[in-house]
Write a protein that binds this ligand. Structure first.
Ligand code: NAP
Length: 246
């Protein structure tokens, strides 16, 4: 099956200042796609159109979408990538602030961006969600993040139903350990704890996740790749990882 040419298309990528979002922006642009990228750290965002975006905030998201659509002249691809986890502890230690930040970003933000962008998505369009293996199988100490990624998977299934009959494709990419700033954010700036997550194994890289996104986008228009699950070979689940002896 040959890859289809997506050059000349347009894309919105949320969370394009780091990690998987940034890697995907670069691959999309290399494939000739014009990209509007958004995140809160504007100085680190890449794209043909670079705009500030806080997916938790309706006014910020609406202004972002209005400006992106005006600059791009229509949207073919939406990559709902922005997201985060906070903490790795039993739910008995959860805080309201952490729960709100995770759920407002990963769940409300994804629904909000999809609602705002959908009216501008052209026939032949594609919505891609950044899920996680945390949305398929729980592990200890990640309850709010796990709940949020189960919600993302549920929403992707639901919107696939609602869009059935329209030429708009829906894909979710569920990743395991990917070495990005994800763990640094999760452990609130504790670099040693973040590094330990990837110690003694070869984690998946952001480029390798971006390759999955690109693969889904470049299938023939009648093919909907619903779900892709990608993990390091040293990982079978969120809590089952084998590390090399140091
Ligand atoms: P990352 O390097 O920390 O990147 C996260 C991105 O999300 C950043 O660009 C960040 O930008 C953006 N973001 C966070 N809150 C935002 C908000 N309120 N509004 C707009 N943008 C926001 O981590 P990553 O690994 O690339 O994460 C990307 C996605 O992959 C997330 O949905 C994550 O859950 C998922 N994922 C990651 C892994 C992993 O192991 N790394 C595994 C499975 C799934 P600003 O901070 O500049 O706003």
């Amino acid at each position: 099956m040959d890859a289809i040419d997506i050059s000349g298309k347009t894309a919105i990528v949320t969370g394009s200042s780091s990690g998987i979002g940034l890697a995907t922006v670069r691959k999309l642009r290399a494939a000739g796609v014009r990209v509007a990228g958004g995140a809160r750290r504007l100085d680190r965002v890449e794209g043909d159109v670079v705009l500030e975006l806080d997916v938790r905030d309706e006014a910020s998201a609406a202004a972002f979408v209005e400006a992106a659509v005006a600059e791009l002249g229509g949207v073919d691809i939406l990559f709902n990538n922005a997201g985060l986890a906070l903490g790795r502890a039993p739910f008995t230690e959860s805080t309201l602030d952490d729960e709100e930040r995770v759920l407002h970003t990963n769940v409300d933000g994804v629904l909000r961006m999809t609602r705002l962008v959908l009216p501008h998505i052209r026939d032949g369009g594609h919505i891609v969600f950044m899920g996680s293996i945390a949305g398929r199988q729980p592990y200890p100490g990640g309850a709010s993040y796990i709940a949020s990624k189960y919600a993302v998977r549920g929403f992707s299934y639901a919107i696939r139903e609602d869009l059935l009959g329209r030429p708009i494709r829906v894909t979710t990419v569920d990743a395991g350990l990917v070495e990005t700033e994800f763990s640094l954010v999760r452990f609130k700036g504790d670099q040693a704890r973040a590094d330990a997550v990837y110690d003694g194994l070869d984690p998946v890289t952001p480029d390798e996740v971006a390759d999955c996104v690109m693969f889904a986008l470049t299938r023939p228009p009648h093919v909907n790749l619903d779900e892709i699950v990608i993990k390091a070979i040293a990982q079978s689940s969120g809590s089952h990882v084998v590390r090399r002896e140091s």
